[in-house]
Design a protein around this ligand. Structure first.
Ligand code: SAM
Length: 244
């Protein structure tokens, strides 16, 4: 399943990243609307793919009932539109995001799905999430922050398993949003100054190794424009296989 991702733009250093971080943060909190974000993600098949990868992640994690799952950068919870909520019902869920408006929509979705969860506004880089969740999931989050700091912050939380979902582009396409693809207005506005950066898979794996986390499982989903989403499960010990 593993392939190199030669097209991913090399991640800039932390100092290069600083201004971009500010713009990305502003984009997510002040510019992008929930409606526009969801319309775009459904149109390019990434909402559906993220749901399918979440199903895989939860099944591969093989956690006992009552285990704690934290979802960082959970957004509006759009994946719940494409996921059987029974998958998540056995667990104690916490959903976190920077954007309070997105979290409002997420709460409505959780209620419709009959799922209990703690929902909190949280910046993953200074996270107030409880330490040591059994599973931490971060889907399409690292592209929007200084990803090395993100890995450091996640490792500080000491999750039993950490599942990262990344976007990978076809060769020759560097930008996260496909050039020429029409996007809803608030996304177009955000993209004027905020530029998400793809995360090279190999570098991500090496960054996690520094904290003792090895990549134990990989799963991919094809999405629009020749791209794919890839789920990587990291843990310090081999995954249990009981429920798989
Ligand atoms: C591309 S969206 C992905 C949302 C969701 N995981 C999904 O798959 O639909 C990126 C999300 O990360 C959130 N975000 C951006 N920076 C963040 C940060 N520093 N801490 C927590 N969440 C952040 C945004 O508000 C947004 O909801």
């Amino acid at each position: 399943m593993r392939r190199a991702n030669p097209s991913a733009r090399a991640a800039p250093s932390r100092s290069q990243n600083k201004p971009m971080d500010t713009e990305l943060r502003r984009a997510w909190v002040e510019i992008v609307t929930a409606d526009d974000y969801e319309r775009h993600m459904a149109a390019i098949g990434q909402a559906q793919a993220a749901a399918e990868l979440t199903r895989h992640i939860v099944e591969a994690a093989a956690l006992p009932d009552g285990a704690r799952i934290a979802i960082a950068g959970a957004g509006t919870g759009q994946m719940l539109d494409y996921l059987d909520p029974a998958l998540l019902r056995p667990y104690r869920l916490t959903c976190a995001d920077l954007n309070p408006a997105f979290l409002g929509r997420l709460k409505q979705r959780l209620a419709r799905a009959g799922l209990q969860a703690a929902v909190m506004e949280d910046d993953i880089e200074r996270s107030k999430l409880d330490r040591a969740p059994d599973l931490l999931v971060a889907t399409l989050l690292l592209e929007h922050i200084d990803w090395r700091r993100g890995v450091e912050a996640i490792a500080r939380l000491e999750p039993g398993i950490c599942a990262i979902v990344l976007q990978e582009n076809p060769p020759g396409m560097a930008s996260a949003v496909t050039p020429g693809r029409p996007v809803p207005p608030s996304l177009a506005k955000a993209m004027e100054n905020a530029h998400p950066t793809l995360v090279p898979r190999g570098e991500l794996e090496a960054a996690f190794v520094r904290y003792g986390y090895l990549c134990r499982d990989t799963q991919t989903q094809e999405v629009a424009d020749g791209k794919r989403l890839v789920a990587l499960l990291f843990s310090r010990t081999p995954l249990r296989t009981g429920n798989r």
